[in-house]
Design a protein around this ligand. Structure first.
Ligand code: ADA
Ligand code: CA
Ligand code: CA
Length: 381
């Protein structure tokens, strides 16, 4: 090529390189769940306290407003970060400038110990640094458990000092690539003594907690339990919290959509595909089952995106001994503490894949027989 063409191309590439470089965008004002990169747990005001001096700790995200933070750009290079349930600020307690100083909540007084720099250090992880002490918020002593303390320490860039800001969506809708799971805060409760059937259109639970009664089962491992909801023929169920008696969860016949659902305490299982169809599941959280989360009993296509699932035997089971074809895709999920693993099937005709997800103590990704079972974009945290 001519020198002129070469120079034009070089300029074009330089311009493209600038456009393609990470934007290191600032945090927009809004409400966020703030997730620690090391533990995967959410920044939390202990015991939902309203008090000045209440401790700030980490806890598994469960949708509480004491786990959501209103972030406001103060226009001076710093932000205020205030708990949604109390309006109180993250505060360097007692103006302690040492390593190990505690982060607690305090009434907003506009002090420099309540001003925070939020710096994008790459990959959408952020350091949160005090204007007063220049020290960074971290999970103290690499504690991965619920209740781990949030304190300040000299910044050194470890995962325990890095945070993700996941926007809280108020409508259960998209989350721009972040993993939040379900986002409802309970608006009240409704008891369910016979299965609620959703046969067309959309059933919007309004973020109420649905509590199955013993008429449907006891939430244990009995296979004779009834589901709390039955979704049929492509209908949609959204904005639901299933309470402590999880019974047989949600049954889907002939395809359907589940959106913004939280299973507080999974029963025999959380969701079962009972007859063939396409099932789309998004923005869900499930906790504390004994065995399966999702059960597949019929040939089907299942797409799951944006889920948080913790503490059960396995994420998905195609019914034991069956050889029909299921195609499962799981994207943007955080899966932790699976006794056995993620996908289990006996079918040489089925396919499963998990992408762009975070795993911790999640067992084997592929168990049993599959035509294909793959993973990509996995972070072990
Ligand atoms: C187990 C049980 C099946 C079925 C399934 C389910 O795999 O063996 O018969 O009940 O659970 O649908 O939960
Ligand atoms: Ca603390
Ligand atoms: Ca079941």
């Amino acid at each position: 090529m001519s020198i002129k063409t070469f120079c034009n191309k070089a300029l074009l590439f330089a311009a493209l390189a600038i456009l393609a470089s990470p934007s290191f965008a600032q945090i927009a004002n809004g409400r966020y769940v703030i997730i620690n990169q090391f533990s995967g747990k959410a920044m939390d005001v202990s015991n939902r306290s309203q008090d000045d001096g209440a401790n700030i700790i980490q806890w598994t995200y469960g949708g509480g407003t004491n786990q959501q933070w209103d972030v406001t750009n103060l226009g001076n290079g710093y932000y205020s970060i205030r708990a949604a349930h109390s309006g109180k600020s993250i505060d360097v307690y007692e103006w302690n400038s040492n390593d190990g100083a505690d982060a607690r909540q305090w009434t907003w007084l506009n002090g420099q110990n309540q001003h925070w720099a939020i710096d994008n250090v790459g990959n959408n992880t952020f350091a949160i640094t005090s204007r007063f002490s220049a020290k960074a918020l971290e999970v103290f002593e690499f504690n991965a458990a619920d209740g781990g303390d949030i304190r300040l320490w000299t910044y050194w860039g470890g995962a325990s000092q890095l945070w993700r800001f996941n926007p809280v969506s108020t409508n259960g809708g998209g989350n721009n690539g972040s993993i939040t799971g379900a986002t409802c805060n309970s608006t009240g409760s409704t008891s369910v003594s016979s299965t609620i059937r959703v046969t067309s259109g959309t059933y919007d639970g309004g973020c109420r907690t649905f509590n199955p009664t013993s008429a449907l089962g006891d939430g244990g491992q009995s296979e004779s339990q009834q589901p709390a909801f039955r979704v049929e023929n492509g209908a949609t169920l959204r904005n639901v919290i299933i309470g402590n008696n999880g019974v047989d969860g949600i049954h889907v016949y002939n395809g359907g959509t589940l959106e913004n659902i939280r299973w507080t305490n999974v029963g025999e299982d959380a969701m079962t595909i009972k007859s063939s169809g396409t099932v789309n599941v998004r923005n869900i959280s499930g906790y504390n089952g004994e065995d399966k989360f999702i059960q597949v009993n019929a040939a089907s296509t299942l797409n799951v995106s944006n889920c948080v699932v913790d503490n059960m035997g396995k994420f998905l089971r195609q019914n034991g001994g069956t050889t029909f074809r299921t195609v499962v895709s799981v994207d943007r999920c955080q899966i932790s503490n699976m006794g056995e693993g993620i996908f289990r099937s006996d079918s040489p005709n089925s396919e499963a894949r998990i992408t762009n997800s975070r795993l911790r103590n999640a067992g084997s990704i592929c168990i049993g027989n599959w035509a294909s079972c793959t993973s990509s974009g996995i972070t072990n945290y």
